[in-house]
Design a protein around this ligand. Structure first.
Ligand SMILES: [Zn+2]
Length: 442
């Protein structure tokens, strides 16, 4: 619309000029190279305009001829880009379908055209990754390190490759770089922490956990685990430091049972039985545990029968819902020769779970009650058929240990030891493997 207005204005001015020239015409006489040209002004101006446009057309034609090679090159470039984008699309579709061969073929074609363009390198790296060619994918990721926009992606890719190669040094190297660039990126902090644990670099693990803010539960439980292994190292050289490390961990995160057990055990072993009892009594409401029962029974061993009973009933009252809370009371009643009450509490424990420990306890109660051999043998048979008792078992190899540790003593897996029963684990590992392991343990 604006163009039309300008054109009409221009046409009006142009026509007015010519009308004015026609009304005020004169004569122009030119003599050049022996020629004599006589014409009026209007024709002269028209001739100049026509000559000007003719020259312009010739000039543009020559310009077009000169630019033909450049034009062809540009056209070729556009064609190449269109082809490479088509190949990129094909490559990414192949990647999403998990077709490594097609993805690698497309990426090679794209790389030929696009050379070191980030998008081409990303596809080449991902295709090589899918094919399992870590060397090739690392080469492409390393090229992407040069570009600040793709640096994080490159470091993350190199980290993933290092994980595939199980190279702890490289996991730490690239994990630290990735964490520095984006501390909120998922899985980087846990991966880095795992590597520090494998390297037994507790100081770096603690610094990382102090900085990490993604998941409070993860952070606190992991801090408790690190405190546990550090305390274990201190036990030989500085028992005070071992105890204070565990006390701090317990204060910050009381839910990690191995810390409670080790703390109570060390306090008891080094003459602080009252403090050990306090720890167990406060932890019991959240985590009654057979190892705590064992320590608590040692702590109260020299008390009078009535006091012992009062204490374990108090423990039971703080958490009557779990099997262990009833088992500890049954044990004290049995020691006090009150078999009826011992049976009552053992049966309450059995309502939660039928384990071999509880069935053996029932057999002992039956024996002390003067029951027939048949009753005792029935309980012993039930003990043989019952679910195995929970224990500290490695989730990777099925090895049972007396206490929790960060590293499995058998297969050296990190974070694989859990308080679990063999039957629960059999579903995870395959029954055959577990049965074999347990038979080895005797
Ligand atoms: Zn193991």
């Amino acid at each position: 619309m604006l163009k039309l207005i300008f054109f009409l204005v221009f046409l009006a001015i142009f026509s007015s000029c010519f009308i004015w020239l026609a009304d005020n015409d004169g004569v122009i006489s030119v003599e050049w190279l022996g020629y004599q040209i006589d014409t009026n002004v209007t024709y002269a101006i028209l001739a100049i305009i026509i000559i000007f446009f003719a020259l312009m057309t010739i000039f543009r034609f020559f310009l077009f001829i000169i630019n033909i090679p450049t034009f062809l090159k540009r056209k070729q470039k556009i064609n190449n880009y269109e082809r490479s984008f088509l190949k990129l699309t094909e490559g990414f579709v192949a990647l999403s379908q998990g077709d490594s061969k097609a993805a690698c073929k497309s990426s090679e074609q794209v790389l030929k055209i696009m050379k070191n363009q980030p998008l081409a390198l990303i596809m080449a790296a991902k295709s090589a990754e899918l094919e399992g060619d870590t060397k090739k994918s690392e080469k492409h990721y390393s090229a992407l390190l040069e570009n600040k926009n793709t640096k994080f992606l490159a470091v993350k890719g190199l980290l993933d490759n290092a994980i595939l190669r199980n190279s702890i040094d490289d996991i730490v190297k690239y994990g630290e770089q990735a964490y520095k660039m984006n501390s909120d990126a998922p899985a980087i902090a846990p991966t880095l922490l795992h590597s520090y644990k494998v390297q037994k670099d507790w100081d770096k693990a603690e610094i990382l956990l102090k900085k990490y803010s993604g998941d409070e539960f993860f952070k606190n439980e992991e801090a408790a685990k690190i405190a546990y292994v550090k305390a274990q190292e201190f036990v030989e050289s500085d028992i005070g430091k071992a105890i204070s490390t565990l006390e701090n961990a317990y204060k910050k995160y009381p839910a990690f049972t191995p810390v409670v057990i080790l703390l109570a055990q060390l306090l008891f072993d080094f003459g602080k039985a009252k403090k050990a009892a306090n720890i167990i009594e406060s932890a019991w409401k959240n985590q009654p545990h057979p190892a705590l029962t064992e320590i608590y029974l040692k702590i109260i061993a020299n008390e009078k029968d009535k006091i012992k009973l009062k204490k374990v009933l108090k423990l039971n009252a703080s958490n009557p819902s779990l099997s262990e809370s009833n088992r500890i009371v049954a044990l004290i009643y049995l020691a006090n020769e009150d078999v009826e009450q011992a049976r009552n509490y053992a049966q309450l424990a059995l309502e939660h779970e039928e384990t071999s420990v509880l069935c053996n306890l029932m057999a002992e109660i039956a024996r002390k009650s003067g029951n027939s051999d048949y009753v005792i043998e029935t309980w012993l048979a039930r003990a043989g058929n019952a679910d195995s008792d929970p224990a500290w078992i490695c989730g990777k190899c099925g090895t049972k240990d007396k206490k929790w540790d960060l590293e499995c003593n058998e297969c050296e897996s990190i974070d694989s030891v859990r308080w679990i029963s063999i039957s629960s684990l059999s579903g995870e590992l395959g029954l055959k493997d577990v049965t074999r392991k347990v038979s080895l343990l005797g």
